[in-house]
Design a protein around this ligand. Structure first.
Ligand SMILES: [Zn+2]
Length: 277
C-alpha cells in the first residue's frame, strides 16, 4: 500500500462537510492508498483534523504552520501543548506538524517575522521532544536555518515537499529525517528536484500529495488556460499512485519497490503510523 504522508483533507477545496474528501479518499483507497496523514495548520483546525482522521480511518498531526504564525499567539502554543497531552494515547496522532520556516512569502521575511517564526518553530520542536513525537516540517528557502534549530533541539520526522540542494537533503538525512516528494517532481522543468528524487537513497524517500496544493503535471492548468475556461483538477491522495509511478520511473525501479520502500520509510519516520496498520 501507499501512504500519503501529507494531505490537507480538511481544506475548503474539499467541500462543505468535507464531502469531496470522503469520495476522493475512497478513490485513493481503491487505487492502493492505505493511509493518509492530515496535518493541522493552526489552533483553529486541531480538532477538525483529529475528527476527520477518525472518520476517514487516517492519521493526523497538530501544529502551527509558519504561514499561520502572524495570526498565532503564545496561547496557541499552550493550546497545542494541551492537545498533545489530551490526545497522547490517540494512535492516530502521529506527529507535531505542520511546523517550520517560510522565507519565500515576503510578509514573512521581515526581521520581526523571521524572529517570530523562529520562536514558534523552536517552541514546537520543544513540544515534540516533550511529547516524544516526530515533526512534519515545511521548508521553503529556509533549510539551513531549519537544520540549525534541529541540531540544537534534535527530533526526527519528515521534511515535506522537499526542494533544497543535495547538501541540504543529506543534512536532513544525517539528522534522521525522511524527505517528502510529490506532484512537483512530475514536472519535467523541475530538473534539480527530479534529480534528487532519482538519486537520493531509497531509504530517504516518503511520498505525499500536499493536496489540495501542488497538483501533479497532469492536473495543472496554466493561467492562460484558466482564463480560457479550463478548470484545474483537484489534487488529492487519489493521485499518489500515479505520482509514485513517475518517481519510480525516474529512479528506474519497479513501482512496487518504491511503494514498499516509501511505506516502510513513512513508518520509520512516524512510528505510530505503523501501529495503526
Ligand atoms: Zn502542508
Amino acid at each position: 500500500m501507499w501512504i500519503d504522508t501529507h494531505c490537507h483533507l480538511d481544506a475548503p477545496e474539499f467541500g462543505a462537510d468535507h464531502a469531496l474528501a470522503f469520495s476522493l479518499r475512497e478513490l485513493a483507497a481503491a487505487r492502493g492508498v492505505g493511509r493518509c496523514v492530515i496535518p493541522a495548520v493552526a489552533r483553529s483546525n486541531f480538532e477538525t483534523v483529529r475528527l476527520l482522521a477518525q472518520r476517514l480511518g487516517d492519521a493526523y498531526a497538530v501544529g502551527i504552520h509558519p504561514l499561520c504564525v502572524p495570526g498565532a499567539s503564545e496561547d496557541d502554543l499552550a493550546a497545542l501543548d494541551a492537545a498533545l497531552t489530551e490526545h497522547r494515547d490517540d494512535p492516530r496522532l502521529v506527529a507535531v506538524g505542520e511546523i517550520g520556516l517560510d522565507f519565500f512569502v515576503p510578509e514573512l521575511c521581515t526581521s520581526e517575522m523571521r524572529e517570530r517564526q523562529d520562536f514558534f518553530y523552536r517552541a514546537q520542536l520543544r513540544l515534540a521532544r516533550k511529547h516524544g513525537l516526530p515533526v512534519i516540517v515545511h521548508v521553503r528557502r529556509s533549510a539551513d536555518k531549519l537544520l540549525k534549530h534541529l541540531r540544537e533541539l534534535p527530533v526526527g520526522g519528515i521534511a515535506h515537499a522537499f526542494n533544497g540542494s543535495e547538501q541540504q537533503a543529506q543534512a536532513f538525512i544525517d539528522l534522521g529525517f525522511k524527505l517528502g516528494f510529490g506532484g512537483a517532481s512530475t514536472f519535467e522543468p523541475a530538473r534539480q528536484l527530479r534529480r534528487l528524487a532519482a538519486e537520493l537513497p531509497l531509504s530517504a524517500l516518503v511520498m505525499e500529495t500536499d493536496s489540495p496544493d501542488i497538483p501533479p503535471q497532469w492536473l495543472y492548468v496554466t493561467a492562460a488556460e484558466r482564463a480560457a475556461g479550463r478548470v484545474q483538477g483537484i489534487n488529492s491522495p487519489a493521485e499518489l499512485p500515479r505520482i509514485g509511478a513517475e518517481v519510480a520511473a525516474l529512479r528506474g525501479v519497479p513501482v512496487d519497490e518504491l511503494m514498499r520502500a516509501s511505506t516502510a520509510n513513512a513508518w520509520a519516520a512516524l512510528p505510530r503510523l505503523k501501529a495503526l496498520t
